[in-house]
Design a protein around this ligand. Structure first.
Ligand SMILES: [Mg+2]
Length: 384
């Protein structure tokens, strides 16, 4: 039997930690409304206007007014336009959002250094130990809300509990500008009453499947035995069995967000022909792209580093309006930068870096089976 090794004894809860989940309210749209107060009260949709893009594009965020028309994140901009033709479409300004996000993180760091960002506008904070020696995570959450409000003129919602799963459910419970605390003795009841759609990590298809199994809320889920859930949902079934009992031991992981991803190669024999350079740039572009995909990042700025045989080193950068899509595009960009150099000296080092990275949020990138093909390494080259 495939699942015979699972334990079926009642699992235990660890309620010793204090976790806060902070989630900005309609983040991009709120930032735009703050920048341009004449937008207040109007439906604001963060996306390029579908008329400018020929119907392409996806809604990044919609403010609460726009949501009353049924518009939501990840909806096509065209659909949003059909639902609300008078809506104000604003292209995303990630430079600005990133600045605001960095300020948020400076606020978080006054309280703890155990911070796990989920995106520009969301993060988990473990405040079990904290810099202000405050025992109440609720007081800390409130202070963070006040700091954000005062310093950034924006609102956020906060969830407080003893694990990440519950903290996230809690922050979602009262939006906007809400704070929800789920203490250990209230967790089970809270989970029982939660509609299954609200369980973080349960996708649309699973929700449908659950409805087919007569699971509509936490209580229905709780009453299923572990084997049934594992048979229906695999690994997620096991995790849901735990979560609906208020168990989630995953840690708040300090995630060092990479600002750039790059790869460089030093050649034991200097490159002297175009063909060698082309080959090398291709291989670098491929490796950088694999790394970006693995980290679920993309960027619009490409930096080429060239060190000549006399050790003179140049870095040249090019910015693009759109994210670099694939290794071919990255290669072409790097090649064009190199061609502009027009220098005949031998090359001892080449490097390609993609910088100004953003999380890939609205595309699902299938993780390639790169491990097999990636292990090969050219022995004559030194890589760092
Ligand atoms: Mg948010």
């Amino acid at each position: 039997m495939k699942y015979g090794i699972l334990r079926f004894d009642e699992p235990k809860r660890d309620t010793s930690r204090k976790v806060i989940h902070i989630d900005m309210d309609a983040f991009y749209a709120s930032v735009e409304m703050r920048e341009n107060p004449s937008l207040k009260g109007k439906p604001v949709i963060i996306a390029r206007h579908p008329k400018e893009t020929g119907g392409k594009g996806v809604v990044a965020t919609a403010n609460y007014e726009a949501r009353t028309y049924g518009i939501h994140s990840a909806m096509s901009a065209q659909k949003a336009f059909e639902l609300c033709p008078q809506g104000v479409f604003i292209p995303a300004n990630f430079t600005l959002y990133r600045e605001v996000s960095e300020h948020m993180h400076r606020i978080f760091k006054r309280y703890t250094d155990r911070i796990q960002p989920l995106s520009l506008d969301e993060a988990y904070l473990d405040v079990t130990e904290n810099f202000i020696n405050q025992k109440s995570a609720t007081i800390i959450a409130r202070q963070i809300q006040e700091d954000i409000n005062r310093e950034l003129n924006l609102t956020c919602s906060a969830g407080v509990s003893y694990n990440k799963f519950l903290a996230k459910l809690a922050s979602d419970y009262k939006k906007p500008n809400g704070i929800t605390v789920i203490p250990p003795d209230k967790a089970q009841e809270f989970l029982w009453e939660m509609p299954i759609e609200a369980f973080h990590g349960v996708g649309e298809k699973s929700v449908e499947k659950m409805h087919g199994m007569a699971i509509f809320n936490g209580r229905d889920l709780y009453e299923k035995d572990e084997l049934t859930l594992v048979q229906a949902f695999g690994k997620m079934g096991h995790s849901l069995y735990q979560k609906v009992r208020g168990i989630d031991d995953s840690e708040v992981k300090n995630d060092r967000e990479p600002k750039s991803v790059g790869k460089e190669t030093t050649f034991s024999e200097h490159l002297t022909t175009e063909n060698e350079v082309v080959q090398s740039l291709r291989s670098l572009a491929q490796k950088v792209m694999i790394n970006l995909k693995r980290k679920q990042k993309h960027g619009k700025i490409v930096v080429l580093k060239i060190r000549y045989e006399d050790f003179e080193t140049y870095t040249r950068r090019k910015s693009f309006p759109d994210y670099i899509r694939d290794e071919e595009e990255l290669f072409q960009v790097a090649l064009s930068i190199w061609e502009e150099e027009n220098d005949s000296r031998g090359i001892r080092l080449l490097g390609i870096t993609v910088t100004g990275l953003e999380s890939v949020i609205y595309e699902t990138i299938p993780l390639p089976l790169w491990k097999e093909s990636y292990s090969e390494r050219n022995k004559s080259k030194h890589e760092d």
